[in-house]
Design a protein around this ligand. Structure first.
Ligand code: BJW
Ligand code: ZN
Length: 247
């Protein structure tokens, strides 16, 4: 697939570029998405797992799910999509990554400015005193407890919970002030994260979507690039580099 010329033209004059990523960008690293035909939540109900009441009711079950996902994340490596974003950072003066993912793969790829809207699966905290436990937890005697007696939970954002305020504030600021907003591998159905797409649009950004299928925001973006992000993003980088060489 050739990248449409208007995308390349916009990129050539862009000063500030924002990537808004979701589970699809990590799919080629072997991490299942939430929704769609291969989504993990086709097999496990989100209501049972990704909310605080479910955790209180059955912390063992919720921890089993997170430990299973942690093991996948630990084995996974950043893919060509994550790495292409790092290349963007080497070419353009200001690149920001806003991610809904908890897998840390953007940072592991080398991205410098990453805002995590839904937390990070590598971190944990006590539900009672909020103390952080970021190393490996011991599950030998069941679900781990804090020294204060409170349950330790993963530091991720569940349904009905607020997003980390500062990360969301910075993300809104980035969406308001960027020239190009690239929406990569997200179904854009989960709020308030998805509202950033509309924020970017109403502030005049050029919207480019990269996804294997149509999404909630396909009708409002300027360009939809259908295909795997691990193929499309490196192609954009390649074309930009080619133009710079020929200049
Ligand atoms: C590829 C690809 C490839 C595949 N290349 N593409 C009704 C209306 C509006 C809002 C609400 C509502 N009812 C409730 C709400 C609020 C709720 C919400 O949005 N619900 C909607 C589902 C309706 N939101 C919340 O509760 C949020 N908090 C909140 O609102 O606080 C205020 C409040 C406080 C108190 C009371 C009430 C409100 C919090 C949301 C937290 C979301 N958390 C999760 C879990 C995180 C932890 C964990 O990982 O376990 O975050 S849910 C899950 O969805 C996860 C993701 O970050 C998030 C988004 O999913 P994402 O990334 O888009 O993945 P998928 O699977 O959906 O899509 C993958 C895409 O990739 C697909 O499009 C594929 O095609 C594509 N793809 N391979 C490119 N190779
Ligand atoms: Zn505690």
């Amino acid at each position: 697939m050739d990248i449409p010329s208007n995308v390349i033209e916009k990129l050539q004059s862009a000063k500030k570029i924002v990537f808004f990523s979701g589970a699809g960008i990590s799919a080629e690293s072997g991490i299942p998405t939430f929704r769609g035909k291969d989504g993990i939540w086709n097999k496990l109900s989100p209501e049972e797992l990704a909310n605080f009441n479910a955790f209180i009711k059955n912390p063992k079950l919720v921890w089993e799910w997170y430990n299973y996902r942690k093991s996948i994340v630990h084995q996974a490596k950043p893919n060509l999509g994550h790495l292409a974003i790092v290349e963007f950072e080497n070419i353009f003066s200001e690149v920001i990554v806003i991610t809904q993912n908890v897998d840390n793969l953007h940072r592991r790829a080398g991205s410098k400015k990453v805002y995590e809207l839904h937390g990070n699966i590598e971190r944990n905290f006590c539900i009672k005193c909020k103390k952080h436990y970021d190393g490996d937890l011991d599950f030998q005697e069941g679900v781990p407890n804090c020294s204060c007696g409170g349950l330790i939970r993963p530091d991720v954002v569940w349904f009905g919970e607020m997003l980390p305020a500062e990360q969301f504030r910075l993300s809104e600021k980035a969406a308001q002030s960027c020239d190009i907003f690239l929406i990569v591998g997200t179904s854009a159905v989960v709020y308030p994260a998805a509202s950033l797409v509309y924020t970017a649009k109403s502030n005049g950004a050029f919207l480019v979507e990269v996804n294997i299928e149509e999404t909630e925001v396909s009708t409002i973006v300027d360009v939809s690039l259908f295909g795997e992000s691990g193929k499309i993003l490196p192609k954009i980088v390649e074309q930009i580099k080619q133009i710079r060489i020929n200049k």
